[in-house]
Design a protein around this ligand. Structure first.
Ligand SMILES: Nc1ncnc2c1ncn2[C@@H]1O[C@H](COP(=O)(O)OP(=O)(O)OP(=O)(O)O)[C@@H](O)[C@H]1O
Ligand SMILES: [Mg+2]
Length: 410
């Protein structure tokens, strides 16, 4: 398990565990990239993209990789993270879209007669940059509801961009699971977004949506508008294959001509611990790399300190999430972690049955249902359609089993 040392020099650790940090080598994901390339090739936009996966599988960094591909293929790229505030109301979402769009449109100017319904520029100029001020003015001058106004502006912008030969625009939004309709306030930002893009695309305007987020995203889209099922190609990011995991581990130090190489047995250990999850690969490799450099310096050779790294991962990644749950929720999570296939999907009935076996005091169906819903809001569980659930955090079940031998509370 020992590292092979070439020279114990100072060398910067290349691994990048961290939300949205581009890895030194982005492994695998060829299928997703090919699908994106296909979507870029559409003359009429029939398909948009939904990119989903658990926390830390690499949605944000893949989206970042898509951007230069789109730009090289002649598309403009508009995008941001969708915060909860941006998604709260139709007005907020409209402002978000116009703000993001204005960044790429501000270098275009509009000439003379603005479209019907839009007032000319107050300073009398016959040319105006298509910047945020102009977009906002177009928006407020368009009659109708927020949805009509936003659609009006987007249509207008699309026509202007197309007249410059730049009519193709990707609207890429990360953390899109934050999008929601709010019937209680009569605010439907999610439905508005879907309706507008569908209507623009029907009229052959080449604005494409790429929404990335947790697995709750797709059911949300479909619940808002059933046509979402036909509107989006769904790319699910999961674990990396064995080869891709190996590449993610080895390539960074090869490429950087690092003085340290992982041995075959170290690579296998890292692969086993990380379970194919990109964040864990970066995290473990970063730790192992530091340990190896230290070992070389000290002329020691004790291999990969699996347990120490596991403990650090438990503390840094899992413990915070776990600590924010109540005793009873922890019991429930422990029962789930002890299902036959806890990393897969499960139903409430399965949990009821399991709880009867492993706990003195079980749970009722309604209690479980209510607790799962709280845990879903906390980002620990997610609900699929058709009454199935799973952990929203990869390898959470292993963490629970590793740290708890029995029900945390009796
Ligand atoms: N294909 C890959 N190969 C190697 N490392 C990767 C790959 N994809 C992601 N990573 C690494 O995994 C970590 C998580 O990536 P990222 O933040 O993009 O995940 P995410 O799916 O957006 O997570 P979240 O749901 O929390 O936003 C980062 O440290 C990143 O460098
Ligand atoms: Mg992300």
């Amino acid at each position: 398990m020992a590292p092979v040392a070439v020279a114990p020099t100072e060398f910067k650790n290349p691994y990048r565990p961290g939300a949205g940090h581009m890895p030194p080598y982005l492994a695998g994901r060829e299928g997703a990239s090919a699908e994106f390339a296909r979507l870029l090739d559409q003359d009429v936009i029939l398909d948009n993209m939904v990119l989903t996966g658990l926390r830390g599988v690499g949605k944000t960094v893949l989206l970042d990789r898509f951007k230069p591909k789109a730009i090289n293929a002649g598309w403009l790229w508009v995008g941001a993270d969708l915060s909860e505030t941006a998604s709260l109301t139709e007005a907020n979402l409209a402002q978000r879209l116009l703000t993001d769009l204005s960044i790429v449109t501000s270098s275009f100017t509009i000439e003379a007669a603005p479209p019907v319904g839009f007032r000319p520029d107050p300073d009398g100029s016959r040319q105006a940059a298509l910047d945020y001020r102009t977009l906002e003015r177009l928006f407020s001058d368009t009659p109708g509801l927020i949805q009509d106004k936003l659609r009006g502006v987007l249509e207008y912008v699309s026509t202007i961009l197309a007249s410059h030969g730049r009519g193709r625009v990707v609207f890429a939004y990360d953390e899109a699971q934050n999008l929601s309709d709010h019937a209680e306030n009569h605010n439907y930002p999610l439905s508005m977004l879907l309706d507008i893009f569908q209507s623009l695309q029907k009229r052959e305007m080449r604005f494409m949506l790429v929404l990335s987020g947790l697995p709750t995203l797709l059911p949300k889209l479909i619940d808002a508008r059933t046509f979402s099922e036909r509107m989006f190609r769904v790319v699910r990011l999961g674990r990396l294959s064995e080869q891709a995991s190996r590449d993610a581990i080895e390539r960074p130090i090869e490429a950087a001509e690092c003085p340290v190489r992982f041995t075959e047995s170290s690579i296998r250990t890292i692969m086993r611990q990380a379970g194919g999850y990109p964040y864990f690969i970066q995290f473990i490799c970063r730790e192992v790399f530091d340990v190896f450099i230290q070992q070389i310096r000290d002329d020691e050779d004790s291999g990969v300190p699996v347990e120490a790294i596991q403990r650090k991962l438990d503390t840094d990644f899992f413990s915070g999430r776990w600590a924010r749950t109540t005793d009873r929720q922890q019991q429930l999570l422990w029962v789930i972690a002890n299902l036959d296939n806890p990393e897969g999907e499960f139903t409430i009935s399965e949990v009821v049955e399991r709880a009867k076996v492993v706990l003195e005091k079980g749970f009722s169906r309604s209690h479980i249902s209510q607790m799962l819903s709280t845990l879903t809001n906390r980002g620990l569980i997610y609900k699929h359609r058709f009454g199935k659930y799973s952990f929203a955090v990869p390898l959470m079940a292993q963490f629970i089993r590793r740290n708890y031998d029995g029900p945390p509370v009796t």
